[in-house]
Design a protein. Structure first.
Length: 216
């Protein structure tokens, strides 16, 4: 059974048993939710069933973009014991008897997975290369959790678009630290249909890995 069909079959169990507070932060860390989607899911003004629907719709969108995100979702479920039976049944239907994992930043991060190791923090030396032609940086920043005031501050303090992109990356890396990885940035770009830019992040991450090996 393909990933999308398997996910749809899980809907009934998930809608009746899921508590968004259990997994929303983990889904965001795994880049299955954008910052905007996380805010919507965590909106306590909404009834619980509406929050669950928003969460599942966002995950379904991520799986539709890349079927490998289904495995990431199952690994997130594994972090909460009462959801593990749901994940196990889904794996059986999906035909993958894989061991549960609590690592939400799994190798199945997207179509670029396996080509390069992107789980490392973005290095300072790569900021300029990444910023060079980073598309839609304001939207990327928002999806990575940066607030509108911070985005406006970057725009006001940097007139040149190239400087704005570089300033955004430096601010994001400074704020998120080790969580500001090549993988996370690449996955956001993929979700924004910026495949070329996502591939460039992979190439930069790969060259960084090669340079580290050569320096040993």
């Amino acid at each position: 059974m393909d990933a999308q069909s398997c996910f749809r079959e899980m809907f009934a169990d998930l809608q009746s048993q899921l508590n968004p507070d259990d997994i929303s932060a983990h889904l965001y860390s795994a880049a299955l939710l954008t910052a905007t989607e996380l805010d919507e899911v965590n909106n306590r003004m909404l009834p619980n069933h509406a929050r669950i629907t928003k969460l599942l719709s966002a995950v379904e969108k991520a799986i539709r973009i890349d079927a490998k995100n289904f495995s990431t979702f199952l690994n997130v479920l594994d972090k909460t014991p009462r959801y593990r039976p749901i994940a196990r049944r889904a794996r059986e239907k999906h035909g993958k008897q894989q061991q549960p994992s609590v690592d939400t930043s799994v190798d199945a991060a997207g179509p670029l997975s396996g080509k390069c190791d992107m789980k490392n923090k973005i290095q300072d030396a790569d900021i300029g290369r990444i910023a060079g032609d980073l598309p839609q940086w304001q939207i990327v920043a928002s999806n990575l959790g940066m607030g509108q005031l911070d985005i406006e501050d970057i725009e006001n303090n940097n007139r040149a678009p190239a400087e704005q992109r570089k300033s955004f990356l430096m601010k994001w890396i400074g704020k998120d630290g080790s969580a500001a990885t090549y993988e996370r940035l690449s996955k956001v770009l993929e979700r924004l249909s910026e495949q070329g830019a996502a591939e460039k992040i992979c190439e930069i991450a790969l060259s960084e890995k090669i340079e580290q090996k050569e320096s040993l």
